[in-house]
Design a protein around this ligand. Structure first.
Ligand SMILES: [Ca+2]
Length: 386
């Protein structure tokens, strides 16, 4: 049985590939996309998803794929602002429209989400993103829907605020966010998604230890930490640039070229971590692992439960993921709030404040396998065949 997922996204370049990988994977059934501000403003997120799904439709047509049996996921337009900070995008990285300038260079490809939708690959919801998340969680059996959060988690926080108990019907949240043991990517301390809505991130992580057990949600965090091993080759761009290539590779080549060029210019690397793809990989691997996080070890994941808190205010540390490592200095194996309490650490500012969490943090993954499998499924060729 495939695992049902909601993809909460701010479609930039890596979201695009993560989405294509999810839709190409028999382990997953995507029931909804909820759109959020992030890499670019909400209207760009919206247009990018519509344009991406239309490119996938062209791919299906080129394969003679019959979409009459395609179970159309619903698309819901969500939050256009973070909860307590001013929105700032990542146009620098993902291009002026979040998709490498595709809407200017290939305007004929541009689509938008319009109501009522008549697209073969999706329907449009009248609900906003947060309500759509709650609607799907009510509709599906409890503990069966996983939320894949690959943008700032504003929609998730709003859903929690509206109905925490329904939100807790989620099987788990898999969130790309934070930089736990390493520096950030948008500031020295912070990763883009958590920086983009730090209060929402903290509120989502706090659900792991909600006072009312009926409101608790498991959260798996994929931070920047494991992603140096996620090396997507520039060959993907060259492969898609050929006129004879398949439509989806051509499309991805156009939207991702700017970002690959940028990474190459700054780091000299011909590889790029398409970060959000790791979340899709975790969702797929959990199906292979019979839904058990501990079984994911055999698939190359190193997962540690930690009390992670997100700085929602700081002038220099906004969005920073904080773990108390003081007990480690004292020779203890692990610095959980629990552990420190036992030792009577005189520290009410940390241990007695609300906001502690119990998050499953992925510190290592098999990046090579993720690159190989995702390219094979989306492009239908092996990495060596690119
Ligand atoms: Ca994203």
């Amino acid at each position: 049985m495939p695992s049902t997922v909601i993809i909460d996204t701010d479609p930039g370049v890596d979201d695009a590939f993560a989405i294509l990988y999810a839709l190409a994977s028999p382990e997953l059934r995507v029931c909804a996309f909820t759109l959020v501000h992030g890499n670019s403003p909400l209207q760009c997120s919206t247009r990018n998803l519509a344009t991406l799904l239309d490119a996938l439709h062209r791919q299906h047509q080129s394969e003679g794929f019959d979409s009459t049996n395609w179970e159309r996921p619903v698309v819901a337009i969500g939050a256009n602002e973070p909860l307590n900070v001013v929105r700032e995008g990542a146009e620098f990285f993902h291009g002026p429209d979040g998709f490498g300038g595709v809407h200017a260079s290939h305007a004929a490809w541009t689509r938008d989400i319009t109501r009522p939708a008549g697209h073969p690959l999706y329907t449009v919801s009248a609900r906003d993103g947060a309500d759509e998340i709650l609607h799907q969680l009510r509709k599906e059996p409890a503990n069966t829907v996983t939320i894949l959060a690959i943008g700032p988690v504003t929609n998730l926080a709003l859903a929690i605020e509206r109905d925490a108990r329904t939100f807790a019907r989620a099987r788990r949240v898999i969130s790309m966010g934070g930089a736990v043991r390493i520096p950030g990517n948008v500031t020295p301390t912070s990763e883009f998604n958590f920086w983009g809505d730090p209060l929402a991130a903290q509120l989502v992580l706090e659900r792991t230890l909600a006072k009312d057990p009926e409101e608790r949600v498991e959260v798996v965090l994929v931070p920047l930490d494991p992603l140096e091993t996620l090396r997507f080759p520039r060959k993907m761009i060259d492969f898609g640039a050929s006129e004879s290539s398949i439509p989806i590779a051509q499309f991805f080549s156009v939207i991702a070229r700017h970002t690959f060029d940028l990474v190459h210019r700054f780091t000299g690397s011909a590889f790029m971590p398409l970060i959000d793809v790791a979340v899709t990989q975790m969702a797929i691997d959990l199906v292979r692992a019979n839904d058990k996080l501990e079984n994911c070890k055999e698939l190359g994941w190193e997962i540690v439960a930690e009390d992670i808190r997100v700085e929602s205010q700081g002038s220099w540390t906004r969005g920073m993921t904080i773990v108390d490592r003081r007990a480690e200095l004292k020779g203890a194996a692990k610095a959980t709030a629990e552990h420190i309490k036992v030792e009577k650490y005189p520290d009410p500012q940390w241990t007695e404040k609300t906001g502690a969490t119990h998050v499953h943090v992925c510190y290592k993954m098999d990046g090579d396998r993720c690159v190989r499998e995702s390219i094979e499924r989306v492009y239908k060729v092996s990495v060596d065949g690119l």
